[in-house]
Design a binder for this molecule. Structure first.
Ligand code: OGA
Ligand code: MN
Length: 299
């Protein structure tokens, strides 16, 4: 039996059943998952029992893995394999991170609309987030469809933003939360990088916006105007008709396409409940400007 794909929305999110991702996948199953993922940018796989290794092995089917940005910090112990982003609220001893803990403050950036690793020249293609333990209330993850958002833009705006290049940095999104405690390695790693504002997806042929809270400037545009335009595009793309909210169950694996979605974590009582969430992230095939055939001068 091959996998079963059950739509949640007409063309944004779907559930996938009849598959155990913890084991090596047959070619037919993998082809069915790839086809579903070209249509639905968010796939939910319920009831997946992973080890960290089998989670990473499943992710490797989609391309090379990223290394977590936390590997840059030398001042705290990593809880997980450096290929897994630790997006929960636990320390290396599995205790709840205290309110003032740096890792916790840093992870608060996940509450802002973003797409993973757009602050890297070679950003993410997709993310695979597994729920090991979840709070009883709160802590949903919301996803915004930036393909549908692009399609709904007035033609004049589509024309205006075609060919524009935005500059993304993790320091831009973190500074929105008043967080500026970066070490020298981080400052270097988080220099702003160019990303197209509009992209065409190679597999589906669809157009998509590409913005995130990491974006702080646009090439050739005065700063105020650029910031206003970026905020306007994020506000547009996150209107309710483009958003799907995922209520986690333990052992859900959710896989999303970082090229054409934004997501954000919703609040929960993180001083009371444990939320153990682990993310594998697959790199895109090339920098976005290169993919869209845009030459970009270094800034
Ligand atoms: C992520 C992320 C939000 C959440 O894993 O990339 O932003 O709800 N997560 O945990
Ligand atoms: Mn994220």
């Amino acid at each position: 039996m091959t996998v079963t794909v059950q739509p949640i929305t007409p063309d944004f999110a779907a559930e996938v059943g009849d598959v155990d991702l913890g084991k090596p996948l047959g070619a037919e199953d993998l082809a069915a998952i790839r086809a579903a993922f070209a249509k639905y940018a968010v796939l939910v796989f319920p009831d997946q029992s992973f080890t960290d290794e089998s989670h990473l092995d499943f992710a490797r089917n989609f391309g090379p893995l990223e290394t977590s940005v936390f590997a840059l910090r030398k001042d705290h112990k990593l809880r997980l394999n450096p290929h897994l982003a630790d997006v929960g609220n636990l320390d290396a001893e599995d205790a709840i991170l205290q309110a003032a803990n740096r890792v916790r403050l840093y992870n608060l950036g996940n509450r802002l609309w973003h797409t993973d690793s757009s602050f890297k020249r070679l950003p993410a293609y997709c993310s695979l987030l597994h729920a090991r333990s979840i709070p009883p209330i709160g802590g949903q993850t919301e996803f915004a469809d930036m393909r549908a958002a692009y399609d709904a833009l007035p033609e004049a705006t589509q024309r205006k933003i075609a060919g524009l290049v935005a500059y993304h940095s993790l320091m831009t999104s973190r500074s929105k939360l008043g967080f500026s405690d970066f070490n020298d390695d981080e400052r270097k790693a988080f220099e702003p990088v160019p990303q197209v504002l509009v992209r065409r997806l190679q597999d589906s042929g669809r157009m998509s916006l590409y913005v995130a809270s990491h974006a702080g400037a646009i090439g050739g545009m005065p700063d105020g105007e650029a910031k206003a335009l970026l905020q306007q595009l994020i506000d547009h793309a996150t209107q309710r008709q483009f958003v799907h909210s995922h209520r986690w169950r333990e052992k859900d694996l959710v896989m999303w396409d970082d090229r054409c979605t934004m997501h954000r974590g919703m609040p929960f009582d993180d001083q009371r409940y444990k939320r153990d969430m682990r993310r594998a992230t697959v790199s895109d095939v090339a920098p976005t400007c290169e993919q869209m055939g845009l030459a970009v001068a270094a800034e």
